[in-house]
Write a protein of this length. Structure first.
Length: 273
């Protein structure tokens, strides 16, 4: 099946406005309203209304667990935004070299500010990896909720740029929305993916080793969203909040392709590509 593409009506104007809105969002560290312990996944909390914050936290945790299975010394997070994922990666892998790259200067400035004064790592770089790739390569690259923001005509060049960042036999981990998540109400997304389309996107540059499907939460996710955040209250009882989140992790995260809103794709960069 083809990529799920947003309608073409006034597309260029709409996505220009969408990109401007995305930049404006970095006036507030919106990712950081969600928190969890990167070591044992306790202390899950969200301090402002984030209806899908539990879903975001869940696929970051799945990414951290995927990294647990790898031997690596260096990692680059492409499209790192405000550095929220690397904050947790640094807590879980304190001895590794972690670098975040993003084309957005406001996002990188925010990531550096939230890293803390006098702290050198994770390192953050404002960089367009397609036209300004660094000379060094990394053992692992992550790309979390990024590919859906790339115009389809630019997608192949963007994926090829990931390959140049990774050493031969290194690993790429991609997390992105599936076609089960309707695109019509998400103006910042160009496309969502399924098994066929993501393989077609990645295979010219990587060997796709495995695809996991996450976030089977059509009913329970909506219910959990209402319980955690609604117009009247935010659930602030730590014990109950953590029990609900851990229940969600056990029951609603790993699922079949037909059910998942999110996919996690593990790829290898072969030496001969």
């Amino acid at each position: 099946m083809p990529l799920q593409i947003a309608p073409d009506d006034r597309k260029s104007q709409r996505f220009a406005k969408s990109r401007a809105r995305q930049e404006a969002m970095y006036a507030f560290p919106y990712h950081h309203i969600i928190d969890f312990d990167a070591v044992d996944y306790g202390r899950f909390a969200q301090t402002r209304n984030s209806p899908s914050g539990f879903r975001y936290a869940s696929y970051l945790i799945c990414t951290l667990e995927e990294l647990d299975t790898l031997e690596f010394e260096s990692l680059v997070d492409v499209g790192c935004g405000d550095g929220y994922f690397l904050k947790h990666a640094a807590a879980r892998f304190p001895e590794r070299r972690l670098v975040g790259m993003d084309i957005s200067e406001p996002a990188i400035l925010l990531a550096k500010a939230l890293r803390g004064a006098g702290t050198e790592f994770p390192e953050f770089q404002c960089r367009d990896i397609v036209h300004d790739a660094p000379a060094e390569t990394y053992d692992v690259a992550t790309s979390i909720a990024v590919l859906e923001h790339i115009p389809p005509a630019e997608l192949d060049a963007f994926v090829a740029a990931h390959r140049r960042l990774i050493r031969p036999e290194g690993t790429l981990i991609v997390v992105l929305p599936t076609k089960n998540l309707p695109i019509r109400n998400i103006s910042r997304h160009y496309q969502h993916f399924n098994d066929v389309s993501i393989r077609a996107t990645l295979s010219p540059h990587f060997e796709v080793e495995r695809i996991d499907y996450l976030n089977n939460d059509r009913f329970w996710g909506r219910l959990l969203s209402v319980i955690l955040t609604n117009r009247l209250l935010i659930l602030n009882h730590r014990g109950l909040r953590e029990r609900l989140f851990k229940w969600y992790m056990r029951r609603c995260v790993r699922c079949a392709e037909s059910q998942g809103y999110t996919m996690l794709v593990r790829c290898r960069r072969p030496s001969d590509i």
